[in-house]
Design a protein around this ligand. Sequence first.
Ligand SMILES: Cc1cc2nc3c(=O)[nH]c(=O)nc-3n(C[C@H](O)[C@H](O)[C@H](O)COP(=O)(O)OP(=O)(O)OC[C@H]3O[C@@H](n4cnc5c(N)ncnc54)[C@H](O)[C@@H]3O)c2cc1C
Length: 473
Amino acid sequence: MGLSRRAVLLGGTGMVVGIPAIQHVAWNGRNFVRDGYSADFPDAPEGKTSWMNWSGSQFATPREINFPLNEKDLVDVLQSTSGRIRPVGSGHSFTGLAPCEDTMVDVSAMAGLYRYDDATGLATFGAGTRLFHAAADLDDKGRAFPNLPDVDVQTLAGSFSTATHGTGNRLTAIHDYIESFRMVTAAGELLDVSADNNADLFAAGKVSLGALGIITQYTLRTVPAFNLHRQLTIEPVEPFLKRVETLAEAHRNFEFFYLPSTGMVAWLIHDVHDGPITGRGESEDDESLESLKELRDTFGWFPWLRQRIARSAISAGVIEDSSDASWELLSNTRPTRFNEMEYHIPRENGVATLRKIIKMMDHRKDAFFPVEYRHIAADTAWLSPFNGGPRSSIAIHAAVDERYDYFYSDFEPVFLAAGGRPHWGKHHSLGKSDFAALYPEFDHFNEIRRELDPNGRFLNPHLAKIFGENFDG
Ligand SMILES: Cc1cc2nc3c(=O)[nH]c(=O)nc-3n(C[C@H](O)[C@H](O)[C@H](O)COP(=O)(O)OP(=O)(O)OC[C@H]3O[C@@H](n4cnc5c(N)ncnc54)[C@H](O)[C@@H]3O)c2cc1C
């Protein structure tokens, strides 16, 4: 989130003096934990095992979680098991893409830099390599990825398969670095896929939700390693929103966070840097979140007062200034768990939609997680939300143990009315007819999927809804 606690020093409980006691006591006695929340793994019946995603929004009790060590092992798994099968990465998707009650396949043992070609900058990695490992390996070779997402613990296969992205007007989502990949099909056949040897499967397979096969390795385009200068600034949301397009055009990476019920934004830029580096310093993001939560817990019942206090307590101006290698700065750690919905809106509708979202978020007395706004350039993968033109991404979050049903009932209709496409890995309620309308090549993708997986081995209830298939266990 990039907002230092020093910048959000709140007045503390002393400021409660003078607030009508009954309302204050009622608000303070409120329990924000949502019904049915549990941080525990599900109990697995005899002979089964438990799996849960990062935010605890998805569970499974598969017969087996298999960890193939190489492609031969993986082919054996596909040929020797019956029933459904789902590949899983680091489990950072919020949607039900990975859960499976039969076999889950974790390719994390197929990881690391397999080959690097200095003449072309092409690097071949195991599909289970975590983004930060890949970035560190590239750095050793004097290379880098042009961009990275907010966290870098995801696997290459997992992040590419849902069109994971960072931010920047001229920067595409990270699956766009794929030059070729190798995949094992439902029948256990190994396919090497590139734009040259199978243009359709290549365009379909870059963002494939694990629905076409299990990917074992990727060959990726890289760029020479580079350093970045990072600056985080806090200021009132108005007139800041009028400068969004100008700032996004002026800086290599640009994003911002609206802090609910404060009237303030924290905006973050990264630009290429050639001078000496300062290093990044300790992250204070979690403490900032705790401050925003305290503000909600103490003053949430009275939005006007909450905003007044926030405005006087949050100091505007530059609160972070640092420089380092690109991969050290672009991603963060997120120890505080949350649930998230993110929609990718046609660029021309971005700020107008954000204004609506801000207004709605400010009306929610229980909201405190920042709203995140990013820009992503267009690419050509069939199921990339950025296929067909650049988009603005708006993400809303709720603490992991708190309600997020209102994402669906209140916010999703606004995103959809603006022409939004959901992040494949983040909460959404859409199904086949929605996706067929949103993606010109959706039916084409579905045909290829049916050809490669005629018995629907890679389906689970979530994917069956996306692809319009029956699911009977
Ligand atoms: C804290 C946090 C921060 C995040 N930040 C960002 C961000 O900045 N930008 C962004 O766009 N997203 C972000 N995300 C979303 C995240 O990047 C995606 O959900 C991503 O897909 C997670 O990757 P994973 O390795 O955990 O894969 P999983 O969630 O485990 O799986 C994702 C998909 O990949 C498929 N898959 C996995 N392995 C294979 C394989 N070998 N072959 C074929 N298919 C496979 C799975 O079946 C599934 O469909 C964030 C999520 C969290 C929890």
